[in-house]
Ligand binder design. Structure first.
Ligand code: UDX
Length: 448
């Protein structure tokens, strides 16, 4: 059955969710307070670089079933409201900043006059849904007819469209009793096409649904920091973390995914989510349970410093007067997102230590330029390489993996490259006369 939905917030999550829900057959009103963004979206222009999103957005707009507005009132009649606003880290603290969630629930509440379902999708500290449920009942004119569900989102940037249309699982946090059953039935209708494809559904309570998201991200961050900790030991022992990861990954219980050693995780989710999770556990008196996440965070940040150290070694001990080419600015490939980007953090540290740093990224240049105006930027990878004493490969775009090391060699002052993502073909680069250093790999192997 086709439903009328609203999506509040047109950031990463909201815009993809809104367009995907139209693809699933529903009619969607997407609301955001940012007028410029709404104008852009109404014209079919995606505000972020995300593979497949422009096509999905164009197709959704062409059906006439997707509208963008700044007016919450136009969302009033929806059967289901999805709240998809961001929960960034509070400045100077570990805890999540809930001001956008609170403001959007308050604003939405004013327009809820009859029976309706509000679904939270944002990543929030456990306990938030319970509090918002009470607020909706107290403040929405529809009062007890308004039901809340928590339905966390697990999409990855770069795969956002695929992850939204074909998720690994759906999680519904609902209250016990008939209200919860109605919420479940309505969510089953929303996701009918996805469920028919075999997507498993886990139905649970509010707190567990909130914790599923926090713990999934904590696990993923831990897995990356685990392999990066092994990387540190490999460096000390002269062993090779890439072979080690391959070998342990063959064990089904461990699994090969998310064992990519390198300069670690960044982005708008994993770093701030593990910090917010620790902060919330502290408030609940369960801080001891998550002290290991402090170590996960510390290992992650140490990799960035290690990358800077290796780069300095490759500049013969000092960055002063040296030119450093940085390939990659986004926190991961296939994204233009630079939030907490390990690549830009390394680039900035290298510049601070005296190097002239030139950055290239296939998609994130505008974002990088506005946030880090002190770095230099080049329009192509080869231009960034011009006169470089060392090349740092920091975001593993396909374009960089395919770079011809023989051609690259013609542009640099010294054939020295440090692979911060362990994705360059060592044999190819060394055959072209490059000294290749990589995190967690023996120097001998890397220099050929
Ligand atoms: C993450 C979760 O994967 C997703 O489920 C959640 O909804 C949001 O947070 P995202 O931040 O888009 O998604 O990217 P992800 O693919 O998880 O990568 C996060 C960071 O980890 C990137 O900086 C990436 O480069 C790094 N990473 C990933 C590694 O360093 N090694 C790996 O093996 C995998």
């Amino acid at each position: 059955m086709s439903l009328n939905l609203s999506v509040i917030g047109t950031g990463y999550l909201g815009v993809v969710h809104a367009a995907a829900m139209v693809q699933l057959g529903h009619t969607v009103v997407a609301v955001d307070v940012d007028e410029a963004k709404i104008t852009q979206l109404s014209a079919g222009k995606a505000p972020i670089y995300e593979p497949g999103l422009p096509e999905l957005l164009a197709a959704a707009l062409a059906t006439g079933r997707l509208t963008f507005t700044t007016d919450y009132g136009r969302a009033a009649d929806a059967h289901v409201h999805f709240v998809c606003v961001g929960t960034p880290q509070r400045p100077g603290e570990n805890a999540a900043d809930l001001r956008y969630v609170d403001a959007s629930f308050e604003e939405l509440a004013k327009h809820l006059h009859g029976p309706t379902l509000v679904v939270g999708k944002s990543t929030v500290p456990v306990g938030t849904a319970q509090r918002l449920d009470e607020m909706l009942r107290a403040k929405a004119p529809g009062g007890p007819d308004v039901t809340l569900a928590w339905n966390p989102e697990f999409l990855r940037e770069g795969f956002a469209v695929k992850d939204t249309l074909h998720p690994d699982r759906l999680v519904y946090g609902v209250e016990a009793g008939p209200r919860g059953e109605r919420a479940k039935a309505l969510l089953d209708e929303v996701y009918a096409a996805t469920i028919a494809d075999g997507t498993p559904v886990v139905v649970t309570d509010f707190a567990t649904a909130e914790l599923v998201k926090a713990s999934a991200n904590a696990f993923l961050a831990t897995k990356i920091s685990f392999i990066n900790a092994m990387s540190e030991v490999c460096e000390a022992a002269g062993a090779d973390v890439v072979s080690l990861a391959e070998a342990i990954g063959h064990d089904d219980r461990i699994g090969a995914k998310f064992l990519g050693a390198g300069i670690g995780f960044g982005g708008g989710c994993l770093p701030k989510d593990i910090r917010a999770f620790m902060a919330r556990a502290g408030e609940l008196g369960a801080d001891q349970a998550l002290t290991f996440l402090r170590e996960v965070d510390a290992i992650n940040m140490r990799r960035r410093s290690r990358m800077v150290d290796i780069a300095r070694e490759q500049c013969d001990g000092s960055f002063i007067g040296k030119r450093v080419a940085v390939l990659g600015a986004a926190f991961k490939p296939d994204s233009d997102d630079i939030r907490d980007s390990p690549a830009l953090s390394v680039a900035a540290q290298v510049r601070l230590q005296g190097a002239h740093v030139t950055v290239h990224d296939p998609q994130a240049m505008d974002n990088a330029r506005s946030k880090w105006p002190d770095l230099s930027y080049a329009d192509s990878a080869l231009e960034a390489l011009q006169g470089a004493h060392v090349v740092l490969h920091l975001t593993e775009w396909q374009e960089y993996r395919e770079l011809d090391p023989k051609v690259a060699a013609e542009h640099v002052a010294q054939r020295r490259v440090v692979d911060g993502r362990n994705k360059l073909d060592v044999a190819r680069w060394t055959a072209a006369g490059w000294t290749l250093r990589a995190l967690g790999r023996p120097t001998a192997l890397a220099t050929g």
